[in-house]
Unconditional design. Structure first.
Length: 494
């Protein structure tokens, strides 16, 4: 809608509309002569790239302007798109994120905690939670997640463990929960929310892998449906939008929306990508209007593949049968985790075989498992290729000697110094093998999934060193240290 040369906001919004995407298309049709940034000027200044990705992409890669609204203070098209998202995702407010869910998790923690405040969270939280703790100055109180001994995988946290932790730390300001975990497991979030609210604590949810929750009744409930105060949702992971685009959702009451916006503006760029934001707008429409039909197909694909894989000797695709075991309240069937240890192969080896020999990229491999994400864009043809490749691997590479499953999930380390103090303290460099007993000054994590094995301020144990060395031997991608090879690490000291 044009008026005085500007694109105006829409009235009577409904989920079939895409205010921001429509505004970008109208902007492109006007063939505006650009004397602003970005400097490629609708692709003319980056011809090789434009020829590959197409003119349309470059012509809507624009800068914040009056007609197209501004993410830092949205009052037009972005505001309309965010309002539609808040309705679709059952929240009171939605904030578009262009720095990924990482920025959303950081903003959640900064909005709920001040320096010195305690926050309760599972030890298998994503590295962005540790970043948020460093930025806010909060003090983490960790809950050890439940462990599935057969799979060697961390599950969720129990209501009982949350209750015990709250009893020991009644002054905590917030509790963070994952919904679901990387492997598709959800904790009893409904009862955790109720418990925390009775104690005046805000509930923050890392919903990075749950953008599709809430759009089909056969998936676990979303955080907003269960009354959480905030959740950070990676629409790019399972919702269909472009990589790096996410949404931060807020339920009014315990946390002020203006505080949230203030914290987001501390971290997000003032030059937000309209490609990313428009993709959220369209992904939201697709989920809201056609999500149930699409997710019905996703479930059918995941269930069919899981059944076929479980008929292959030596493989176990775990799923809903885990419900009711410690730390598992519900299960997201679109997370296709496959235990491969009975082949005598590690998940790292199967991950590499799938990529190098079969041209198939799965999400991740750990010591005993691989994980494939089944989402909106998958087809039966592609799932069959995965199943056939796994069957071939089981036939050709079976070592006929099962891996002995050990509990390789590290226990909660001792936190000697707060993460923020450790981050800013003087440090020295030592060899990884000689670091036992030292206090960590940086993080070490395998990515994916991006869960810190040891974080700033924590005491380094012999078990931690041995586990990291095992990951290095297996070729796992390690991050967080200045040394890209993790031969040397930073610890506190001069």
């Amino acid at each position: 809608m044009l008026e005085s040369g500007c694109i105006m906001t829409y009235l009577n919004l409904n989920q079939n509309q895409t205010p921001l995407f429509t505004g970008l298309k109208e902007y492109r049709e006007r063939k505006v002569v650009p004397f602003d940034v970005p400097g490629h000027k609708h692709g003319g200044g980056l011809k090789e790239f434009t020829q590959y990705v197409g003119n349309a992409v470059m012509e809507i890669d624009v800068n914040a302007m009056k007609c197209l609204d501004n993410i830092c203070n949205p009052i037009g098209l972005i505001k309309d798109a965010e309002e539609l998202a808040s309705i679709a995702f059952n929240s009171d407010h939605a904030f578009f994120l262009v720095n990924g869910t990482t920025s959303g998790i950081q903003a959640m923690i900064m909005s709920a905690c001040r320096p010195g405040d305690k926050i309760i969270l599972p030890r298998n939280a994503h590295k962005s939670a540790i970043s948020g703790i460093i930025l806010s100055g909060a003090i983490p109180i960790y809950i050890q997640p439940q462990i599935n001994e057969r799979l060697g995988v961390a599950m969720g946290i129990t209501v009982e463990d949350v209750e015990l932790t709250i009893a020991r730390h009644p002054d905590a300001k917030a509790v963070m929960v994952m919904n679901p975990t990387y492997y598709g497991v959800t904790s009893n979030l409904k009862d955790i929310v109720s418990l925390c609210h009775r104690h005046g604590m805000a509930v923050l949810v890392d919903e990075a892998h749950g953008a599709h929750l809430g759009f089909h009744e056969d998936f676990p409930y979303s955080a907003m449906e269960l009354g959480a105060d905030m959740s950070a949702v990676s629409t790019h992971k399972t919702g269909g939008s472009l990589t790096q685009s996410s949404i931060l959702l807020l339920r009014e009451g315990m946390i002020d929306p203006f505080t949230v916006k203030k914290n987001l503006n501390l971290m997000q760029t003032t030059s937000a990508s309209y490609l990313l934001m428009a993709s959220i707008d369209v992904a939201r429409k697709q989920l809201a209007v056609d999500g149930k039909r699409i997710l019905t197909e996703v479930l059918a694909l995941a269930r069919g593949a899981r059944e076929k894989i479980n008929n292959i000797e030596g493989l176990y695709a775990f799923g809903r049968e885990l419900i009711g075991t410690p730390g598992v309240d519900e299960f997201d069937e679109s997370k296709l985790g496959v235990f491969v240890g009975d082949l005598g192969l590690t998940g790292f080896e199967v991950y590499d075989l799938l990529r190098d020999e079969y041209n198939i990229q799965v999400e991740m491999g750990d010591y005993y498992n691989i994980l494939a994400i089944i989402s909106l864009g998958d087809t039966e043809v592609e799932l069959n290729k995965l199943v056939e490749a796994l069957a071939d691997i089981a036939s050709k590479y079976n070592k006929e000697k099962k891996l002995k499953v050990k509990n390789n999930i590290l226990k909660n380390p001792d936190m000697i110094v707060s993460p923020r103090d450790a981050y800013y303290s003087n440090n020295k460099v030592v060899k990884l093998e000689e670091a036992e007993g030292e206090i960590m000054a940086e993080s070490i994590m395998a990515y994916p999934p991006g869960i810190p094995l040891v974080a700033p301020g924590e005491k380094i144990t012999k078990e931690t060193i041995e586990y990291i060395l095992m990951l290095k031997r297996e070729g796992s991608l390690l991050q967080g240290t200045d040394d890209p090879y993790v031969d040397f690490i930073k610890v506190l000291g001069q």
